[in-house]
Structure formats: structure tokens, C-alpha cells
Design a protein around this ligand. Structure first.
Ligand SMILES: C[C@](O)(CO)[C@H](O)COP(=O)(O)OP(=O)(O)OC[C@H]1O[C@@H](n2ccc(N)nc2=O)[C@H](O)[C@@H]1O
Ligand SMILES: Nc1ncnc2c1ncn2[C@@H]1O[C@H](COP(=O)(O)OP(=O)(O)OP(=O)(O)O)[C@@H](O)[C@H]1O
Length: 303
């Protein structure tokens, strides 16, 4: 039996840091939403009880360092599952980009293995297990749009944001999330994002308020470390984007656009500058399993 699960990227519409915690993590407040740039995680049942992983991108770890592999080990050990699984990740989300690619693969593995191994767990239980892998995993288990607090693992669901196009551009650098948080001086943060305004924009479906409420306190830290990120932001802004922000700890920058004609202008301007440019739509709602094409007769899609 084989199951294919879609693992969408996330963007942060806001990312605020409120305090550094004694456990080394930071207390955050972030509005996150999924976009239709996605990996595909294939899970094939193994009778020999072992776990194996392959990925289409050779530079992604294919052993116990892989977040999807960790998800399988956690479930297998906790629920004493006799079966194994062969995991294949078709990588479309850029790696170490601030788009939670690894976290989304882990979340997809949790959802898919819940079905493949017949565990009968609810999404809340899967999200709790996901938090042991990484702070972004619980959000990725649910998908859609949410306000994430705590270290990012506490999820309050939100309605989808106003529909729009999104153009993502990633400069050819990888950013370590730990380094970016490590370089942040919480007491010196000048501008906290307008989280309340973002929530109003989402509830009222107000696109221009959403664009003017975008904010990420990690942006300044990553901009200092990697000046190319600022160049991409400026290029998006001068090409007519309605709103521009770095996602997560970066270095991916996204532009929000309502009119399709502008999408082509911004895409073309960016392609002259960086190789990794993607055009997507905000998903906003969870569409677990739905859009992952099921090309093999006996496959099923995870819910
Ligand atoms: C930047 C974001 O992606 C925004 O959504 C997240 O806050 C980070 O989520 P993540 O990559 O799943 O992070 P984790 O794997 O849990 O943590 C990686 C490292 O980032 C730092 N970290 C992460 C989350 C958090 N709230 N405070 C932190 O200080 C810690 O040094 C941690 O060791
Ligand atoms: N399935 C996976 N896909 C990509 N990277 C993975 C995966 N599993 C583990 N990793 C490791 O995690 C690191 C971060 O990759 P990832 O693409 O998840 O970063 P990110 O998008 O910046 O994450 P976040 O936004 O959650 O901070 C990579 O350098 C890679 O070594």
C-alpha cells in the first residue's frame, strides 16, 4: 500500500518575538498561512519493520536527521508499530529558505503514517507529537491559516486571508534559524508587527490592510547578515508589489499581488536577478491530500 501526501510551504504574514525564554527558545506571536508550493511525500508500507528515506534533492539528509524520518521513528516507537515504511520526498520547496519545508515534510509523514499504520490519531495528537520535531511542525500538521504562539507550537485557527498571488524569491544562500534567533536582541527591537491589524485584515478580507500590516522582526537580523535579501525586497517593491516581506528566518522574500498582470512584471524582474523564483497562490485553508495527484491505481491519499 502506498500513500501520497502533499506538504505545502508556509509563509509568515507576521512574526513577532516577545521575549527570550529560559529554555533558549523565543516566545513568538506569528500569523502563518500555507501556499501552493509543495513537496510530495510518498509513504510505502514495509513488512520488515524498517524505515528508509530517499529524497529527490541530493543535499537533503536521507537518514535520521531528516524531519520526516524523525516523524516515522517517533510514531513507530510510541505506538509500537510492527510495520516499517519507505519514505520518498519529491522536493519542490527550497531548502533552508524560511518556508518550513522540512517541517511540512514531517507533518505530511505524521498525517500519512497515521493512515498507513492505522493509528487512529487526531490532528491535535499529531500536532503534539510534531512539536517534538520542531516548532513549525504543529502548524504544518493542520495547514491553513493560524495565529501561532508559545515557541510557535500553540495554534489558533484563522479564516483564510484575502485571495491573492504570491511571488517568492530565494537568493542562493541558506540561513540557519538558530543563528538568526541567536543574533536577535529582543530588547532592541524597534518595530513590532501590527498583529491585531493583521487579524482584522484577515477577518474583514481587507487586502490592502493585510499588505500594510506585514511585519517580521527577524527580517532586520537576516538583512544585516545577507544584504542580497534587501536587494530582492527593493526589486519587488519597485516592480509594483502590493506588499513585501521576508518569510520566517529567511532568506526567501515574498511579494503579495492582487492583479495578475503585475505577477508577470515582478516575476520577470526577479528572474534577471535570482534563479529560484516561484509564483503561487495562498491556500489559506487546509487542503490535506486534495491536490496531490494520485497516479497509481492502488494508492490512497491521506486526509
Ligand atoms: C522562524 C520560524 O520558522 C517562523 O515560523 C520558526 O520560529 C522556527 O521554527 P523551526 O525551524 O521549526 O524551529 P526549531 O527547529 O524548533 O528550532 C530551531 C532553533 O531556532 C531557535 N528558535 C526556534 C523557535 C523559537 N520560537 N525560538 C527560537 O529561539 C532555537 O535556537 C532553536 O534551536
Ligand atoms: N525533509 C527535509 N527537507 C528539507 N530539509 C530538511 C529536511 N529534514 C531535515 N532537513 C534539514 O533541515 C534544515 C532546514 O531546512 P528547511 O527547508 O526545513 O528550513 P526552513 O524552511 O528554513 O525551516 P523553517 O522555516 O521551519 O525554519 C536543512 O538544512 C536540512 O539539513
Amino acid at each position: 500500500m502506498r500513500i501520497s501526501v502533499k506538504a505545502p510551504a508556509k509563509i509568515n504574514l507576521t512574526l513577532d518575538v516577545l521575549a527570550k525564554r529560559p529554555d533558549g527558545y523565543h516566545e513568538v506571536e506569528m500569523v502563518m498561512t500555507t501556499v501552493d508550493l509543495a513537496d510530495r511525500v510518498d509513504l510505502t508500507l514495509r513488512d520488515d519493520g524498517s524505515i528508509s528515506l530517499d529524497c529527490s534533492a541530493s543535499f537533503v539528509p536521507d537518514d535520521s536527521r531528516n524531519h520526516a524520518y524523525k516523524a516515522a521513528v517517533l510514531l513507530k516507537e510510541r505506538y509500537q508499530v510492527p510495520h516499517g515504511v519507505r519514505i520518498y520526498i519529491d522536493k519542490q520547496i527550497p531548502v533552508a529558505a524560511g518556508l518550513a519545508g522540512g517541517s511540512s515534510d514531517a507533518a505530511a509523514a505524521l498525517r500519512g503514517l497515521n493512515q498507513l499504520w492505522n493509528l487512529g490519531l487526531g490532528l491535535d495528537e499529531l500536532a503534539q507529537i510534531g512539536a517534538e520535531i520542531g516548532s513549525d511542525v504543529p502548524f504544518c500538521v493542520y495547514g491553513g491559516t493560524a495565529l501561532a504562539t508559545g515557541r510557535g507550537e500553540q495554534i489558533d485557527h484563522l479564516p483564510p486571508p484575502p485571495p491573492c498571488w504570491i511571488i517568492l524569491a530565494k537568493p542562493p544562500i541558506g540561513v540557519s534559524t538558530a543563528d538568526v534567533y541567536g543574533n536577535l536582541r529582543v530588547k532592541e527591537i524597534q518595530h513590532h508587527p501590527a498583529t491585531e491589524k493583521m487579524l482584522t485584515a484577515i477577518h474583514e478580507q481587507n487586502f490592502s490592510l493585510m499588505c500594510s500590516s506585514l511585519g517580521n522582526v527577524l527580517e532586520e537580523v537576516t538583512l544585516q547578515m545577507h544584504p542580497q535579501v534587501r536587494q530582492i525586497k527593493e526589486l519587488m517593491e519597485s516592480s509594483g508589489a502590493d506588499g513585501v516581506l521576508m518569510s520566517g528566518s529567511g532568506p526567501t522574500v515574498f511579494a503579495l499581488v492582487q492583479k495578475e498582470a503585475k505577477v508577470h512584471r515582478i516575476y520577470n524582474a526577479l528572474r534577471g536577478f535570482v534563479k529560484d523564483v516561484f509564483v503561487a497562490r495562498m491556500l489559506g485553508v487546509a487542503e490535506r491530500g486534495k491536490a496531490c495527484h494520485n497516479t497509481y491505481g492502488s494508492d490512497t491519499l491521506a486526509p
